[in-house]
Design a binder for this molecule. Sequence first.
Ligand code: KIV
Ligand code: ZN
Length: 385
Amino acid sequence: MAHVNVFDTTLRDGEQSAGVNLDRLEKLEIAKQLERLGVDIMEAGFPASSQGEFESVREIANTVRNVSVTGLARAHKKDIDIAWEALKGGAEPRLHVFLATSAIHMTHKLKKTPDEVVETAVEAVSYAKEKFPHVQWSAEDASRTDIDFLVHIIEKVIDAGASVINLPDTVGYSTPDEYGRMFREVIERVPNIDKAILSAHCHDDLGMAVSNSIAAIENGVRQIEGTINGIGERAGNAALEEIGVALEIRKDRYDYQTNLVLKEIKRTSDLVSRMTGMMVPGNKAVVGRNAFAHESGIHQDGMLKDSSTYEIITPAMVGIDSNRMVMGKHSGRHAFKQKAESMGYELTDEKLKEAFESFKNLTAKKKEVTDDDLFAILTDTQTED
Ligand code: KIV
Ligand code: ZN
């Protein structure tokens, strides 16, 4: 079974979500939880972007001991020096330096020729390698880069000392087959590729970030990057909790393992949501409020008979205590009885019929009946003559 490293960028790309601004203590708390979650690498921030960010990255690097902490740098000596000062106290200091390689970015943003881009990337990686034991280089907008140029520049930066090559789908444009094919070609055509680990970094603009990440793994990638709850620039990054759970639940199909401690997922998701102020949509896979909720009578009945009927992930696997039977207008008598019993009410058949009728009347007025509502109905019914 092949191992896939998990690179978390909640504190860097995730924090780039519009409207999110984490302070030092919030970042540190998330970092400690990411350590408990078992990520292999955590990108704590972009040290050269501000003094506050520098201090925050340094504090995380000096505190978190079981994870390799990294920071982002542009291909500038100044950024690399600042990143080194922030990261040097870490357990396994690592630099993440990036430069765009697509024609669109080279022409309009960098205003550099392809040769100049190769020279800048090689210089930055060589310089970083004088300080850092591990250097990751990212070809920003790799998925929209000419493949011949990509193959050429990757060979050069590996020669310069990069041990991880990350090929992001920066604007979330790729499809799974295209993204997988890009990695396959790189493996086939870059002569020194065995000296580096390939990494995937996907954005979710077309809703394909998780599928693209898994396609990359199936095509030789051994590091995946993403964020908790899929937060990040624009439509966000690949949701790490979804990738981790998909690999586990479909291990009949995927022969890969990560170090993620899946039962820490819910706690991590809640913490990130609370600290960033970004609500998790109710129907979000794996961590949404409704991901383990069964509302229709037919589904509730199936669940009560055997949970495998409608549940492929157990709530316990991701750290949720029990599943949530939502009592609403579609709920049946069987589920109502079970719910009442779980709340400590043993009703006669007649009382049960009465309580169920009151419950149904209430569902005509309310979409979701809460435990407090049920408590009131059950108490009233029990005490009535
Ligand atoms: O999406 C992207 O290309 C990035 C790079 C900085 C790695 O976040
Ligand atoms: Zn990104």
